[in-house]
Design a protein around this ligand. Structure first.
Ligand code: SF4
Length: 229
């Protein structure tokens, strides 16, 4: 496990956080012009889809936060709930149900009644990016909302970062330097009283190419469950 030096002014639950500007983005958030244009295009093409910044899902009083990359075009961008409606959600929610971080039945729709237990899911970037690839400037701009998500979780003890971009943006959101805790699948980093767990993203591409197997993914959540009790 990497222990990250958090230096000054540690808060009780981890390192000090930079101040967010506002808690959740407006439906028409204009801060990333490329993503706002893309959102407008999709609204024209698919008026029944959510097509807005996707808010976090789950329990703000929870101990665990999962940070993904960004909404998938036909997943969260369509349904309005993180990881709902695409392949990544199938693996993520099955795993959360298996380890007691969710209850109910996942049916890939926001009204399926699935509830998270002691857990919340957010994204490093709130708006769907073309080709699932946000630009560095967009990741930096949207970090204020990731900071807000973290700040509104007073009992937070563990963060699972899905992929390198989520890992690095989470570190920066916590006011930490990326070089202090390099990303690696299965790595665990201690930052004050917060623990950051890394996994490869549960995308279809990663599982099809066996970069990530369901067993590897479950292994990370087994560790989180064992640590949180
Ligand atoms: S990605 Fe974040 S900052 Fe950028 S437009 Fe969407 S909500 Fe605003």
């Amino acid at each position: 496990m990497t222990t990250i030096s958090t230096n000054r002014n540690e808060r009780a639950s981890g390192p000090p956080l930079p101040a967010p500007l506002q808690s959740e983005p407006d439906r028409n958030c204009p801060l990333c012009p490329r993503l706002a244009d893309f959102r407008a295009q999709i609204r024209g093409r698919e008026p029944d889809w959510f097509n807005s910044p996707v808010p976090p899902f789950g329990d703000a009083g929870g101990s665990l936060l999962i940070v993904g990359l960004a909404p998938g075009l036909k997943g969260a961008n369509r349904t309005g709930r993180p990881f709902t409606g695409d392949y990544a959600g199938d693996l993520l929610y099955a795993t959360l149900l298996e380890y007691g971080f969710a209850k109910g039945t996942y049916q890939a729709q926001p009204d399926d009644g699935l509830a998270l237990v002691d857990c919340r899911i957010g994204n490093a970037v709130h708006c769907v990016p073309p080709q699932n690839k946000p630009l560095p400037a967009e990741i930096n701009t949207c970090r204020q909302f990731l900071i807000a998500t973290i700040k509104t979780m007073p009992r937070l003890r563990a963060i699972v970062a899905l992929g390198r971009i989520a890992h690095e943006s989470t570190l920066k959101a916590l006011g930490l330097r990326a070089v202090a805790a390099p990303f690696a699948h299965g790595a665990v980093h201690q930052a004050g009283t917060l623990r950051l767990y890394d996994t490869y993203h549960c995308s279809r591409y990663n599982t099809n190419t066996r970069v990530l197997t369901p067993e590897m993914f479950r292994g990370v959540f087994a560790k989180v469950r064992a640590d949180l009790g």
